[in-house]
Ligand binder design. Structure first.
Ligand code: PLP
Length: 437
């Protein structure tokens, strides 16, 4: 068995649409590393797209899952109320942003979590309008896809989209069209949003605003605090809800449990998944009790959602994050990565922007004109990093951002290893390849 032989079998058995960024076939993963079928070892700064925040095969998670699977494996919550579901709901209620009492509903994935937030918001408000944002990614089911902003390759060809969804501009400060910076740019985005709602939708028609606090697939773009605070105030004023999609940014990735915790804000509904159960399929909607309780019994449900093994993994994951101090560690890692690449940016102007929140860092590459997106360089960087033993992923609406998602418990030496491999790749690719300006 080799990478090549698996690729050949894949070509005749697997749907072409299910693509892989890296042409490797992982056979083993432990801690911060992955090994492929050819015996190569890689430092993993993708962690299964923001899932394995505790690194691969954390023994505490595996023990919890093993114990639960040996006790009982599946009992649908719609049949009987197994305790691990209730425990996950209790724990999420404790760590969810804001002081209001909370209720939780469990599903299997991020898309399902987001879909359910929309269903709940519509029932709770009696309104239909949903405002989503440019550069958004909320999943691939039909409603989540309709909320997603990036057309290619996610939406094109899959019309018709769900109704009553409106699109506002995400506060992407690096590319803002106002010619403003910082607070002033954030205020301008807010004013534009309010104008859109008033003139195109009608304030009394909006059920909810759905926003990623750090746009993930859009390019690791943190929404500024000014914008989020303004959104909270505006939603309250017009009687709409704020749905906070923390599927990628949540569960400690940014150095707090939730990205919105950096701004001490309380959304009405939070969607979580990905790192919630360290690779076991689990998604959650955690919302203010007042909102969640408006939905009648049996209106929501899922056969596998909140399955006991995934719940056991989620409980162990939350324990490990607390006991190993991984929120603090995420902050330290992120700061170190940003300082490192800001220094490199001074020598490499085609590294146009270094941004992020905690250990969710994006590097945006541009052409010599200092502005045009340069996805070709990012593709070369992804390959060069892999050849040097580091797995990273591209992201961004324009495909010109490298996203860095190291495990939150990686050792200092592993952090140095990743920084030096990526820096060498950037220097060699930017020096070797003429700018595409
Ligand atoms: C912010 C965000 N929301 C929702 C989703 C969809 O999650 P899933 O792939 O588990 O359906 C993703 C996946 O990348 C995401 O990043």
């Amino acid at each position: 068995m080799s990478n090549r032989s698996i690729a050949a079998r894949r070509a005749s058995a697997v749907a072409r649409a299910a693509a892989s960024v890296h042409p490797i076939s992982p056979v083993k993963a432990s801690g911060s590393y992955v090994w492929d079928a050819d015996g190569a070892r890689y430092l993993d700064w993708t962690v299964g797209i923001a899932v394995m925040n505790l690194g691969h095969s954390h023994p505490r998670v595996l023990d919890a899952v093993r114990r639960q699977a040996e006790t009982f494996q599946h009992l649908c919550f719609a049949v009987g109320m197994h305790e691990s579901y209730v425990q996950v709901a209790e724990r999420l209620g404790q760590i969810a942003p804001g002081p209001s009492p909370k209720r939780t509903f469990l599903v299997n994935s991020g898309a399902e979590a987001v879909e359910n937030t929309v269903k709940i918001a519509r029932v709770a408000t009696g309104r239909q309008g949903i405002v989503a944002f440019t550069h958004a990614f909320h999943g691939r089911t039909q409603l989540a896809l309709s909320l997603t902003g990036k057309a290619d390759p996610y939406k094109a060809g899959f019309a018709p989209r769900a109704g009553e969804i409106y699109r506002a501009a995400y506060p992407y400060l690096y590319r803002n069209p106002f010619g403003l910076e910082g607070e002033a740019a954030a205020e301008a985005y807010l004013a534009q949003l309010q104008d859109l709602v008033k003139t195109t939708i009608g304030e009394s028609e909006v059920a909810a605003f759905v926003l990623e606090p750090v746009a993930g697939e859009g390019g690791f773009i943190p929404a500024p605090g000014t914008f989020l605070r303004g959104l909270r105030t505006y939603a309250d004023r017009i009687g709409a809800l704020w749905i906070d999609d923390e599927v990628q940014a949540g569960m400690g990735r940014t150095g707090r449990w939730w990205a919105v915790d950096h701004h001490d804000l309380e959304p009405d509904l939070v969607a979580s998944a990905k790192a919630l159960a360290s690779g076991f399929p689990l998604g959650a909607v955690v919302g203010r009790a007042e909102v969640m309780d408006k939905v009648e019994p049996a209106m929501l449900g899922s056969t596998f959602g909140g399955n006991p093994t995934a719940c056991a993994a989620a409980l162990a994951t939350m324990d490990v994050i607390e006991e190993e101090g991984l929120l603090e560690r995420a902050g330290v890692i992120g700061q170190k990565i940003r300082v490192h690449f800001e220094a490199l940016q001074a020598r490499q102007p085609r590294l146009g922007d270094v941004r992020g929140l905690g250990a969710m860092v994006g590097l945006e590459f541009v052409a010599d004109d200092g502005r045009s997106p340069d996805p070709a360089t990012v593709q070369r960087l992804v390959t060069t990093c892999r050849e040097g033993g580091l797995l990273v992923l591209p992201t961004g609406t324009y495909g010109n951002v490298i996203r860095l998602l190291p495990p939150l418990n990686l050792r200092d030496a592993e952090l140095e290893e990743g920084l030096s491999t990526l820096t060498a790749a950037i220097e060699s690719v930017l020096e070797a390849v003429p700018t595409p300006a």
